[in-house]
Design a protein around this ligand. Structure first.
Ligand SMILES: NC(=O)c1ccc[n+]([C@@H]2O[C@H](COP(=O)([O-])OP(=O)(O)OC[C@H]3O[C@@H](n4cnc5c(N)ncnc54)[C@H](OP(=O)(O)O)[C@@H]3O)[C@@H](O)[C@H]2O)c1
Length: 242
């Protein structure tokens, strides 16, 4: 199949592109910086040309700025219109595990992005992924680290990409698929792992997270008891990879 991956140069997207190519698909990696297929979800520029002939679109784009909704919500609507015009038969949206339970701005935007997909004109599947090891490692990399109690079930971006590629190969489910890692761990335990494997030091200190946000994060809102796809690489194994 010809498959377009929006955000095909990102942390997740580059693994999705490689995995789909490994399965024999013809893949177009789309992003603002792409030399071959430049597109901008904020304006819609380049989408009709880049989507021509594609059967499936995987949206692995991201925007964590204050204006994230312009890319993730308005951009999704633009993208779906362009997909409908191009005859795309399956839109795979990458979202975040537990985003509906955790009251922070970015997650609220992801919920609105999901609504744009479910109300949109193209058959869809939404893949809700846990935090990537890459994100956890980058977050723990700071010299001073305030650590609330948060249960996480991080997954390697490569493992999440494999699950997303499998979803993209199948017909649209008009439903949700959960992807998480092999272990649930508290952020403080992950910080200890990071220090012990990397040998680097960081000044960590516990901080309380009051209210509903803290309750949800401590209760495991970002984890899944029975994910549809479970990555195999633990955080330790991922940090120790060659
Ligand atoms: N990071 C995590 O731990 C995590 C966990 C669960 C789910 N997710 C989800 O996974 C998805 C990908 O996240 P990520 O961390 O891999 O993102 P990322 O590394 O920040 O990559 C974002 C990609 O989107 C492209 N992009 C940004 N703005 C764009 C625009 N206006 N038009 C077209 N392309 C644009 C970027 O390329 P250009 O800058 O060249 O345009 C890049 O290829 C997101 O939906 C995120 O919510 C992430």
């Amino acid at each position: 199949m010809r498959i377009a991956v929006i955000g095909g140069t990102g942390t997740l997207g580059r693994h999705v592109v490689a995995d789909l190519e490994g399965r024999g698909h013809r893949v177009r990696a789309l992003s603002r910086g792409s030399a071959e297929h430049p597109v901008d979800l904020r304006t819609g520029a380049g989408l009709p040309e880049a989507l021509a002939g594609c059967a499936v679109v995987v949206d692995a784009s991201n925007d964590q700025s204050r204006q994230a909704a312009r890319t993730l919500v308005d951009g999704t609507r633009r993208l779906l219109e362009a997909e409908a015009a191009a005859g795309v038969g399956h839109h795979v949206c990458v979202s975040v595990l537990g985003c509906g339970r955790v009251p922070i701005g970015y997650f609220r935007t992801k919920v609105r992005q999901e609504a744009a997909v479910t109300e949109g004109p193209v058959p869809w599947t939404i893949v809700r992924a846990a935090q990537f090891h890459e994100l956890v490692a980058a977050t723990l990399g700071g010299p001073v680290l305030p650590l609330p109690r948060v249960l996480l079930q991080p997954v390697a971006a490569a493992d999440a990409a494999r699950a997303i590629a499998e979803v993209a190969e199948r017909p649209a489910r008009r439903g949700w698929v959960e992807v998480a890692g092999p272990e649930v761990a508290d952020a403080r335990a992950l910080a200890r792992t990071w220090r012990s494997v990397t040998g680097r030091r960081a000044l960590t200190f516990p901080v309380p997270l009051p209210g509903r946000l803290g309750r949800e994060l401590r209760a495991g809102a970002l984890t899944s008891v029975r994910p549809d796809h479970q990555g195999s690489a633990t955080f330790t194994a991922w940090l120790e990879r060659p």
